[in-house]
Design a protein around this ligand. Structure first.
Ligand SMILES: [Zn+2]
Ligand SMILES: [Zn+2]
Length: 333
């Protein structure tokens, strides 16, 4: 098959992904083989390619927002029929036995594997995954629209849940890329008032189009005190700015897998029971709940589609803020 291979991390400006032939993956016991249609491009892919996340496999095929069609079943796999349209997300497999898995917190599993990082992902014509970790894709969504739901959507949804935002509450997003442009639609559906702090006039414009009541610069102070804020941008310097915007008892959620160092700040910004918490991965329950809500709303994603062979260009555009909404690779061409 054709795939984009990362042999060693390097700045994306050097176009480190090699479009090449790779062995066709084979589905193992309980696994399914997917013919990939579309694969979303996530900021985490950028962290994998540039090495902010330490390499786990070489070469590795990145990509963890995979929409495809079941091509073949591994031994014992029976959950899906060939031809079914399904999605593979970041959480590829857990051990099911550690204390976190047993307590219903599989997102914190002690020995998980991750798609497009510790195992090969979807920047390719084919991919495999355990059938239990695969999601049926609601028919409301075309392939390209569905891809960004599988990480940007699910992680944004978990971030919203952890923010505790309620009907009538005020919520800000710091950074308005793929995750925020989906999360705002869910937050509005839940009746929250949304503020967007983000660099780039186009991102602010998209936020307003999607129903934000206000949009300002990345570290600007929203005009009202917030019940909750979610930082999607990987920029630690936003933490004090976001804390400053919170009401007493407000919650700040850090939605990214990587963040630059957080500067020290005065205890007063945190005092009065303000909370900072991170989001790590997601449970399958988060994914299933999100896809159901997304189909009900229905969520509309704004996507820019690139051919698979141009994955380097997609990553460069993402890094330099040239993508409004989400970038998606068409793995059929
Ligand atoms: Zn576990
Ligand atoms: Zn992701």
């Amino acid at each position: 098959m054709k795939a984009c291979l990362l042999r060693a991390p390097a700045p994306v400006e050097t176009n480190p992904l090699e479009f090449a032939d790779a062995p066709d993956p084979r589905p193992g016991k309980g696994e399914i083989l997917l013919r990939v249609k579309m694969c979303g491009v996530c900021r985490t892919d950028l962290h994998v390619v540039e090495g902010e996340l330490p390499p786990r496999k070489s070469p590795v095929i990145p990509g963890h927002q995979i929409v495809g069609v079941v091509e073949r079943l591994g031994e014992g796999a029976k959950r899906f029929q060939p031809g079914a349209r399904v999605g593979i997300a970041w959480l590829h497999r857990t051990d099911r036995t550690c204390e976190y898995c047993r307590a219903g917190m599989e997102n914190l599993c002690d020995s998980p594997t991750f798609t497009g990082y510790s195992v090969d992902g979807g920047y390719a014509e084919y991919a495999v995954a355990p059938e239990d970790f695969v999601y049926p894709i609601p028919e409301e969504f075309p392939d390209d629209q569905a891809a960004p739901l599988l990480c940007a959507g699910i992680i944004g949804f978990r971030s919203l849940r952890l923010s505790g935002i309620k009907r009538g509450g005020r919520l800000a997003f710091y950074g308005f890329g793929a995750a925020a442009h989906v999360a705002i639609q869910v937050a509005r559906h839940w009746g929250a008032e949304v503020y967007a702090c983000t660099r780039g006039a186009k991102h602010r414009q998209l936020a307003l189009q999607l129903g934000a009541v206000w949009a300002g610069e990345a570290s600007a102070e929203p005009p009202a005190k917030l019940d909750a804020a979610i930082i999607f941008a990987p920029a630690g310097e936003l933490v004090p700015a976001a804390l400053k915007a919170l009401k007493k008892g407000g919650v700040l959620v850090l939605g990214g897998i990587h963040m630059s160092p957080i500067p020290s700040f005065d205890y007063n910004l945190l005092y009065q029971e303000r909370v900072i918490r991170s989001v790590a991965n997601n449970t399958r329950q988060d994914g299933e709940d999100f896809l159901r809500v997304a189909a009900e709303i229905p969520v509309r994603t704004q996507v820019t589609v690139f051919p698979l062979r141009e994955a380097n260009r997609a990553l460069n555009d993402l890094k330099s803020d040239r993508i409004n909404g989400a970038a998606v690779l068409d793995c059929t061409r």
